[in-house]
Design a protein around this ligand. Structure first.
Ligand code: ATR
Length: 272
C-alpha cells in the first residue's frame, strides 16, 4: 500500500519546519506517511489543495497567508476553528473537508505541559488583535484563565475581538498605554518583532510576570523578550514549543494518535 500523503501549504514555505516535525512523529508512532511542502501561488490556494487532494492527499496544514482561505475551503469546522475564524489544518474526509485550528491548543499545551505554567486563574495579557491573537482566545479561556485582556496598537481592533467574547466576563480590551495593572503571563501575538519593534507597555505591566511568551520562534531574544526580562519577567519563551504542539494536534486529527512532543522539541532546539 502507498504511504498516506500530507503537506503544508503556504507562501513562502521553503523554511517550514513542519516536514521535519511530522517525519519525526511518523518514525516515533510507526505510521507510514509522507509530509511535503507545497508552495501555492498567492492566487492559487484552492487549486493547489484541490490538486493535492485529487492526487490522493489525506490532509494539509495551512500557514500564512492562507488561513482564512482554508476556513472557506472547509465544509465542516471544529468549534475552535469557528471561534478563530481561521484554519491551519484540513482533513479530507469522504463526507467532505473538515477544518480545524490547532494553534491555540498548541499554545495552551506548550504553556502547561512544556513550560509548567498553571493557567487556571492566571491573569493573561494578549498583545495583538490579528489572526494570531484570535486563534488562541477560545483555548486560553477554555484552559481557565482568570482574566484575558487584549491590548493592540489599534485599540478598535482589540475592542472588536473582545466583543466576540462579551458573554465571557473575563475578557477585556485596551490600548498599549492604558493596560490595566500587572499580569502573570504576557503573550506577544503581534508581528512587531518582524520589524524589530516592541509593543510599548509600561514596565509595571511585568511586575509579577511569571512568563513572557513570544509566539514567533527562532529569533533568539527578541526586543519584546528583552524588554520583558529587563522589566522583571521571571521567564521568557519563544513559540517553537507551540509550533511542535500544534503539529502534534494536527497529527492527532489525521492519525488518531498524539505523538510524544518532548523528544521532537529537543531535536529542534538542539538543531537551532
Ligand atoms: P497575524 O495574522 O499575524 O496576527 P495581522 O492580522 O496582520 O497578522 O495582525 C498583526 C498584528 O500585529 C496586529 O495586531 C497589529 O496591530 P494593528 O492592528 O494596530 O495593525 C500588530 N502589529 C504589527 N506591527 C506592529 C508594531 N510595530 N507594533 C505593535 N503592533 C504591531
Amino acid at each position: 500500500m502507498n504511504s498516506a500523503r500530507y503537506a503544508v501549504v503556504g507562501n513562502p514555505i521553503a523554511h517550514s519546519k513542519s516536514p521535519a516535525i511530522h517525519a519525526a512523529f511518523a518514525r516515533q508512532t510507526g505510521h507510514d506517511l509522507t509530509y511535503e511542502r507545497l508552495l501555492a501561488p498567492l492566487d492559487g490556494f484552492r487549486a493547489t489543495v484541490d490538486a493535492f487532494r485529487a492526487a490522493g492527499g489525506q490532509g494539509v496544514n495551512v500557514t500564512l497567508p492562507f488561513k482564512l482561505e482554508a476556513f472557506a475551503y472547509a465544509v465542516r469546522r471544529s468549534e475552535r476553528a469557528t471561534a478563530a475564524g481561521a484554519i491551519n489544518a484540513l482533513r479530507f474526509d469522504a463526507v467532505g473537508v473538515f477544518g480545524d485550528n490547532t494553534d491555540g491548543a498548541g499554545l495552551v499545551r506548550d504553556l502547561e505541559a512544556n513550560l509548567g505554567v498553571d493557567l487556571r486563574g492566571a491573569e493573561v495579557l494578549l498583545l495583538g488583535a490579528g489572526g494570531a491573537a484570535r486563534g488562541v482566545m477560545l483555548p486560553l479561556l477554555g484552559a481557565g484563565v482568570g482574566r484575558l485582556i487584549i491590548a493592540n496598537r489599534t485599540v478598535e481592533r482589540a475592542e472588536q475581538l473582545a466583543a466576540r467574547f462579551t458573554h465571557d466576563g473575563r475578557v477585556g480590551a485596551s490600548s498599549f498605554d492604558t493596560v490595566p495593572g500587572a499580569f502573570d503571563i504576557v503573550i506577544n501575538a503581534t508581528s512587531a518583532t518582524l520589524g524589530g519593534e516592541v509593543p510599548p507597555l509600561a514596565p509595571s505591566v511585568y511586575a509579577h510576570c511569571v512568563l513572557a511568551y513570544e509566539m514567533m520562534y527562532g529569533q533568539g531574544e527578541t526586543p519584546f523578550l528583552r524588554t520583558a526580562r529587563e522589566a522583571g519577567s521571571a521567564r521568557q519563551a519563544d513559540g517553537l514549543g507551540m509550533l511542535v504542539e500544534q503539529a502534534a494536534e494536527s497529527f492527532l486529527l489525521w492519525r488518531g494518535v498524539r505523538p510524544d512532543t518532548a523528544p521532537v522539541l529537543r531535536l529542534l532546539r538542539d538543531a537551532a
